[in-house]
Design a protein around this ligand. Sequence first.
Ligand code: SAH
Length: 498
Amino acid sequence: MKGKVYLVGAGPGDYKLITLKGMDCIKEADVIVYDRLVNKNLLKNTKEGCEFIYVGKKSSNHTKTQDEINEIIAEIANKGKVVTRLKGGDPYVFGRGGEEGEYLKQRGIDFEVIPGITSAIGGLCYAGIPITHRDYASSFHVITGHLKDENSELDWESLCKLRGTLVFLMGIANLYKICTNLIERGKDKNTPVALINWATTPNQKVVEGTLENIYKRAIDEKIESPTLIVVGEVVNLRRELNFFENKPLFGKNIVVTRPRAQSSELVERIMNLGGNPIEFPTIKIEEIRPNEALDKEIENINEYSYIIFTSENGVKVFFDRLLELGFDGRRLGNLKVVAIGPATSKALRDRGIIADIIPKRFVGEAIVEELQEILSKEDKILIPRASEAREYLVKKLRKICSVVECKTYETIKGEVDKEEILEFLNEDKIDYITFTSSSTVKNFFEIIGVEKQDRLKDAKLISIGPITSKAIESFGLKVYKEASEYTINGVIKAITEN
Ligand code: SAH
């Protein structure tokens, strides 16, 4: 049985610029074969067990030839597997998608091609440059800048006669040659030029100039590949249309220390604001299993008058077990349900329970303040929560009535690769580090090594609330800003409202 190959355009960089159809192919793939310019975030959407093959440059110092890539793809497809071949931009724009398709066709392997947003158009867009404009350019020309020799295949004379926007791909190494040829064959030396490096990513960098001076500027600014070279009057529109680089967190590297399972909201918000989230999950949630104590409490839940949830995880673990034991939300019918904050109450709502009480501030102290007004000594409270949670809540409430704490999960140190973070820190490239609980703080320092703390002096440490701030200060470091609302929204506000 023969498999199937999808040649998919992954878009220019921003991973949301892939098509819905392209994303479906990623989800369906048994094997993904991908290039250097493909955003690695896309690879998170694969099904379990999907295999990854990197065929870009610098893969173990060996660049795979096109023939080798063709063979790899065909060989896997011949085993009956679905191969998704991800390429930067559009597969047919200098992407050798045509050759791959022909190769497959000749071997009778079924394939489909899914177009992508090419960097030649989308990359310009994110730099604030429309490739055509009624007043400035009524055509555009996408040209290879990968020139083999002096008498290259390009017809410079004809190119110079064109009035439309010229976009050179793969041309940064030949920038001088390109500019000189254009000037010598008749283009005005004052024609605007923009170089767009790593377009549509948080590292996007644009250098502007003219055909005459752009080469020198490129050297001064150390512009390397991948870069788009844009020649034409449309470059000037950048001043009006540069929406991307004007985003509030554009160019900022922000470390997210939450566990991966919970980081998506923060990561997403940072990306939408133009920032570069660096996921560094310092904690991992591990359910306590088997947990006879929890089973017993669920069995006897009608003895309680209150149940308090202090985190999303607490809700998840409790309800997973509740369902496993054959019960559902009605089991809590006679209890008042307390949620520490909006994320916890949302987790409850998703399971069909609307919390009766959500304190005004999202810390244990606020729960005590609100509950002490209404509790009597006949009440009985169940608190299913993390094994290393603070004593405060239980201790205070026990002064009023009976409280049973049931440990349902542990937060253990995440298994993360610290080298990337240390490299960023070494180069002073981290702008913010976000901490969303005291265990993220403790584990962060344990993972990077307490002796590396001095590297943090230029990073701004953002804390979700007072308990987390205390943990940061206990390491002798300063909190740059504490969220005024103890939620992810609050953390984002603390970063953006400077
Ligand atoms: N198929 C791709 C182009 C592949 S050729 C597409 O449609 O976009 C590789 C060249 O594309 C690079 O040398 C560079 O000139 C350009 N390129 C691709 N992605 C880029 C990006 N994010 N930023 C700048 N240039 C990019």
